[in-house]
Design a protein around this ligand. Sequence first.
Ligand code: FES
Length: 71
Amino acid sequence: MGTTRCDCKQLSFLGLRSYARRHGITDIEELIRRTGCCTGCGTCRQHLEEFLRTGEVRYGDQAIKLPDLPG
Ligand code: FES
């Protein structure tokens, strides 16, 4: 099972990537500190890390590339 958001904190991976780019954040620990993502159940973290590294999320054995947000 894959995911495209941190459900605990109601933050989408696309929004988190956009935030990281806007603020020059390259370290996931800093992204977590600043946004609070991944600080609930923690199950999204591995999916977020993969998404930030590859631009893709996985559903089973399928990798899906998410588009950039406009603007
Ligand atoms: S889904 Fe992100 S911390 Fe629970």
